[in-house]
Design a protein around this ligand. Structure first.
Ligand SMILES: [Zn+2]
Length: 250
């Protein structure tokens, strides 16, 4: 079984990227990926556009089930009015079955330990879902060190560092995940050597396979298969950790 913990659908107005349902299925079939957690690309900063892409993800997850085990992750601009943020997050989790919330510091212009980010933590706590935070590109906000305060102050909220700081900041991500029980690493785009150090310092219970981008799938698969020779550990990274951390109902 393989579950991709970080994949996008839709159109991104910040990074000019587009992913379609057809592409997603094509790649997941080609590489035998059993499912994944699908989050929006960054939509225009209007509530209506956020609702639209969340609905599109929910519809796709439903259509593909049970052939592919897809789940949704909500990505909502943390600078919306708190009541709007809460209503959309609650709708995604309670009505659409989404399993997590996401902050992308560079695209949301949100420091991950700011007042508005703290509100996102509170919503995660209330809805009992983990928070994924993009790290790496987009420093200083996306430096894993910027996540430290927020994650340390909310020990009951699981925090997944998307890209684990990326290649340049993976050291900070490793320190954070080793120090805080609620911090986990999603090392897409990190090189094999960085991931090897993560495994040594943090262990396979805290690392999640993910692609982030379709074309990256074979690279991500190869790097874990190269580094992790123990089958039990490989299974944890490929899907079991995702099931445990996001409480996926397979
Ligand atoms: Zn991403």
């Amino acid at each position: 079984m393989i579950i991709d913990a970080h994949v996008h659908l839709g159109e991104d107005v910040v990074f000019d990227e587009v992913n379609t349902e057809e592409e997603l299925i094509k790649y997941y079939d080609e590489f035998d990926i059993d499912g994944g957690i699908i989050q929006p690309f960054i939509p225009r900063p209007y509530l209506e556009d956020h609702r639209k892409i969340h609905d599109r993800i929910a519809k796709f997850c439903k259509e593909q089930w049970p052939r592919k085990k897809f789940f949704g992750m909500a990505s909502i601009n943390p600078h919306f009015y708190p009541e709007d943020y809460y209503d959309e997050a609650k709708r995604c989790v309670k009505d659409l079955g989404f399993v997590a919330l996401k902050i992308t510091p560079i695209a949301h212009a949100c420091h991950p330990s700011s007042k508005d980010a703290y509100y996102v933590y509170e919503v995660c706590r209330d809805l009992k879902v983990p928070l994924m935070i993009h790290t790496g590109n987009g420093i200083p906000f996306a430096d894993p060190t910027s996540v430290y305060k927020g994650a340390a102050d909310h020990p009951d909220v699981p925090v997944i560092l998307a890209h684990a700081g990326s290649e340049s900041f993976n050291q900070q991500a490793r320190i954070l995940a080793a120090k805080l029980d609620n911090v986990f690493l999603e090392p897409s785009w990190c090189g094999t050597n960085a991931v090897k150090h993560m495994i040594e310092e943090v262990g396979c219970d805290k690392i999640l396979f993910s692609s982030d981008n379709f074309d990256q799938i074979p690279v991500e698969l190869a790097k874990y298969r190269q580094i992790i020779k123990n089958e039990d550990d490989l299974e944890k990274v490929m899907w079991k950790n995702a099931v445990r951390i996001f409480d996926l109902k397979l």
